[in-house]
Structure formats: C-alpha cells, structure tokens
Design a protein around this ligand. Structure first.
Ligand code: HXC
Length: 257
C-alpha cells in the first residue's frame, strides 16, 4: 500500500503531501498520524524553516473519512481522544505551515487548512463545511476558525447550508491569502515559503506566535505580548545583523541565533 502521507525537502522548506487520491484525500487516522509525524520531524530539524501542506489537483482533502468514521461510538471517541490526539499537531507547530489548496477542502479538509498559518489556493479550490448533511457538525475547529476568518455571516451560511465556496469568494472573504492558477500553485507556494525561510528562524517563529496571540487574548494583552517579544529580539545576533546589513546596504546573513 502506498504511503498516505509523503514528505520532501525543498531547500529549507518541508513539503507534506496527503496521498489518498482514490478517496479524495479523505482524512483517516493513518493520514493524520502521518501528518503529525511529518510535522514533528520537520519541527525537530534545524535545517527546516517552514512547512507546506498540500494534496493533489482534485482534492486538498474532502473531509474526514466518512466510511472509516461512521460506526465510531461516543465512548471510543472520548477514550481515544479523537481529533485532539493527532490533528492538533498542525495547530501546535511552531514553525509556519502553509496550506496549498487545490480542489476540494471540505469538512475536516477545510478545518486542516484553517489550522495552517496561511492558505494559498488554486483557482480550482472549493471550501466548505458540509458536515450538517451527514447529521454531524464540524469537529476540528470549523465552527470556531471559520467565523474568525470570514465573519459570522458567511460562516453561518456555509455551516448551515453546506454549500461550497470557490477560491475567489474565499479570498474576498479573508480565508485565503492568495489565489494562483492551478499549474502555478505549488511553485508560488514554495517561492513564498523560500522567502520566509531566508529570514531569522527564531524571529519567524515569534511573528507567527504573536499573530496567533491576537486570536487568544484581548487587544491590550496581545499588544503587551508583542511588546515583550519585540524587546527580547534585541538579544538576538540576528537583530544586530539585520539592522547592520540595512545600514551597510548589504544582504543580511542570519544565523538563527
Ligand atoms: C470517505 C470519501 C470522502 C470522505 C470522497 N470520498 N469524500 N470517502 N470520506 N469524506 C470518496 C468517495 O466515496 C469515492 O470513493 C471517491 O472518494 C471519489 O468521490 P466521489 O464522490 O465519487 O467524487 P465526486 O462525485 O467528484 O464528488 C466529490 C465530493 C463528494 C463532492 C467532494 O465526494 C463528497 O461530497 N464527499 C464528502 C464531503 C464531506 O461530506 N466531507 C465532510 C466529511 S465529515 P469510491 O470508492 O466510491 O470511488 C468531516 C468531519 C470533520 O470532515 C470533523 C473532524 C474529524
């Protein structure tokens, strides 16, 4: 059986590809364990600065695997810590993770994309939370992250009607950062990831942490959090190097220190 999650390294970027094309990349435990393991590996690797999570042209992921999940019981879900156990690895990654989405990103697929820090989409992408059609609700953060991304009006519309939203609408609504022609999605995503990878890694991680803090706190707490980090970066060699390079009109050579 083919690996359901593939990894590759492109310079300082770790690429993670969901590989269950026969089921439109439906997410079962093997897939989620594979993603968690890949993220864990790239997080621990000092040569990697950020990650890209992708699927194939037809589907990023058409949701959690319905056939696999249909007979689950409450007690089994609770005892196995379903979702929290392995899906949350995406959320807890400290290096940036970019979702590169082509085709369907539905249900758990949309939720996985939203756990990432940036969503780049191809013009074929379709997003939605169609769980209600199955007699369930989104369970991997969809009812929480979608309204934060697109506002209550559109989130309610998507979750309650189960309709799909195309890439252009998703970009207008603020879910998607940029839309590219399908055949350019991966090149453009890797280009953006490579740009990030050239910066100071600890600062890259701090920027991610600080932006995420804006969703977890009041404005004054968030600004205070940012201020503390800002003060602290002056302890980094990379701050001295970055500013010296600007003044000396040369490219900085960051050492991630
Ligand atoms: C299991 C799936 C699947 C899924 C597609 N497949 N989505 N299998 N779980 N979520 C399988 C189909 O059964 C089929 O297998 C093959 O992939 C191709 O799918 P088709 O339906 O034939 O393709 P198409 O006609 O193009 O329709 C595409 C589609 C449709 C509109 C995306 O597949 C669809 O509605 N899928 C389900 C979407 C969904 O409800 N997602 C939310 C799931 S619940 P065979 O063997 O027949 O070829 C969820 C909860 C998350 O995500 C909460 C956290 C866990």
């Amino acid at each position: 059986m083919a690996d359901v999650v593939l990894t590759e390294v492109h310079g300082k970027v770790g690429l993670i590809t969901i590989n269950r094309p026969e089921a439109l990349n439906a997410l079962n435990n093997d897939v989620m364990d594979g993603i968690a393991k890949a993220i864990e590996g790239f997080e621990a690797d000092d040569a990697i600065a950020c990650m890209v999570l992708t699927g194939n042209e037809k589907a990023f992921a058409a949701g959690a695997d319905i056939a696999y999940m249909k007979d689950f019981s409450y007690v089994q879900n609770y005892k196995s810590n379903f979702i929290t156990r392995n899906w949350e690895s995406i959320r807890s990654a400290r290096k940036p993770v970019i979702a590169a989405v082509s085709g369907f990103a539905l249900g758990g697929g949309c939720e996985v994309a939203m756990m990432c820090d940036i969503i780049y989409a191809s013009d074929t992408a379709k997003f939605g939370q169609p769980e209600i059609k199955l007699g369930i609700l989104p369970g991997a953060g969809g009812t929480q992250r979608l309204p934060r991304a697109v506002g209550k009006a559109k989130a309610m519309d998507l979750c309650l009607t189960a309709r799909m939203m195309d890439a252009q609408e998703a970009e207008r609504a603020g879910l998607v950062s940029r839309v590219f022609p399908a055949d350019q999605l991966m090149a453009e995503t890797l280009k953006a990831a490579a740009t990030m990878a050239e910066f100071s890694l600890p600062v890259l991680m701090m920027v991610k942490e600080s932006v995420n803090q804006s969703f977890e706190s009041s404005l004054s707490q968030g600004v205070n959090f940012e201020r503390r980090l800002f003060h602290s970066v002056f302890a980094l060699e990379d701050q001295k190097e970055g500013m010296a390079a600007f003044v000396e009109k040369r490219k900085p050579a960051f050492k991630n220190q």
